[in-house]
Design a protein around this ligand. Sequence first.
Ligand code: MAN
Length: 562
Amino acid sequence: MRKTGTLALLGAIAHGAVVASSSLPRGVGPEFAKYYTSQGTFTCIGTPSITLSSSQINDNSCDCPDGSDEPGTAACAHLDRLSPEQPLPGSLTGTTNTTSTLPGFWCANEGHIGSYIPFMYVNDGVCDYELCCDGSDEYAHAGGVQCENRCAAIGKEYRRLEEERRRSKERSIKKRRALAKEAGELRRKVEAKIVSLKDEIKKLEVKQEELQRKLEEIEKAERARVAKPEGPKGKLGVLLSLAKSRVSELRNALDKVLDQRDDLRDRVEQLEDILTKLKEEYNPNYNDEGVKAAVKSWEDYAANQEHEKAQEISDAEIMELLKEDGETSGINWTEFETVDDEASTAHSWEAYLPGSVGEYLRGTLDSLRLWAVDKGIIADDTSTGSGPESRAVTAARDALNAARNEFATKTSTLEEQQRDLEKDYGPDDIFRALKGKCISVDSGEYEYELCWMDRATQKSKKGHGNTNMGNFVRIDKDIADDEERIDGKGLGKGERMVLRYENGQHCWNGPARRTDVWLACAETDELWRVTEPEKCVYRMEVGTPAACEDIKEPEEKVKDEL
Ligand code: MAN
């Protein structure tokens, strides 16, 4: 076999129709049949001024400048076109004849697909089954070669592969549709989230205003209150502060004792290890009374230890004792130090007056006090920060701050979601469904990972860490020009989607790393291969249903047309 793989054949057959008339000279392809129909004479296709006799066709002598008189021999092989795509020569194109008008020797390949084979392969003693499965190119049996017709088997296998490819394509398209559906749902979720966030934000604006008003009201009421002395004063206060500092001293002392205890524990452990070793390794046959007595004492000591251990105070218990102002133990000093709100806001004399009189007097005094504060006659001891803020003010301020924080968080989430909705996720928003998913491939000393719409990473298998090969920036299109691969895991030729990942880790002495992710239609998401065409510029080739072209289902088409 001259060329490997079925794909060479598949490339060439694109030209072929299935049959060639049997009355035609050997090697003439269907599209040139019309030039070989006249009886007795033949006009060179590329040079119509030259007319030959019909007997000169395939007489193994190259008479036409374009070789058209030798469609079935290798006599004009020196004029072979390098590929059937090469432009036609001479008069057919208006330039000089330097190459053959005919694309090659036509193999009808019945049972499979007709194809041209270069003239130089005709009767060269090699069966070229990839292009000429019927073996008709070796009709002269040069060197005794017999090329049997294998078109039935090759055609059958070809049709099987074609069918497999067709089915796979169908499955890929189905998967793409599922992805598009998922992407649509995700988009709708974002849209719904935006609606609900806008609603929540509106409510939070109202709530903030209410809380602001509430805080101002409470602060106003605070300013109006008659200040009471802060915290317990007098003998009880002195006792309280003495008790607090004494407890603190005792806690520090206990801390130090515990440190010493831990050191001693370590030393005892070391000694116990030495004695355990002595007990295990001494030789009782030496009858050394001193050693025997020491071992006996050690055994008695060890037996007692179990009992002693059980009586030790546990670390957890000590931690509980050391805990300051705990809820379950210790003393919550602040509880004794802060002033009770109600007590502080109440006017002590009110208790001695009838209800309505007390209320009236309190209102008048509060207004008077506020007036005096406003005029600067007396100090506003709630705003100077000199006294502790009352619990009511703190609670109102905390509630307002919480609402403000919630408002800020929700607003930034809303902006984020709005940006997301405007972002380009490709046709049908398809990459929305893949976002957050990653695929990887092992390649040499690295494992490469691609995370859709996120980043590409080069992971060292030798433990040298991960390298950012770029972060997703945009979706582009570019032209691929790769050979077809038998396993189908390739880009092939034509326009392909390319995801650009940029601004990765800086290359030593060079630019930031970047990666072009070329996509081709495939049944599953798969990172086929990674190359580094330039230093720190990477190319990933990836198969994914997301890159398949959707062909609308017939009923959808009908719906669209209506
Ligand atoms: C590392 C890898 C390579 C890259 C060099 C550049 O070894 O990221 O891909 O070419 O750094 O110094």
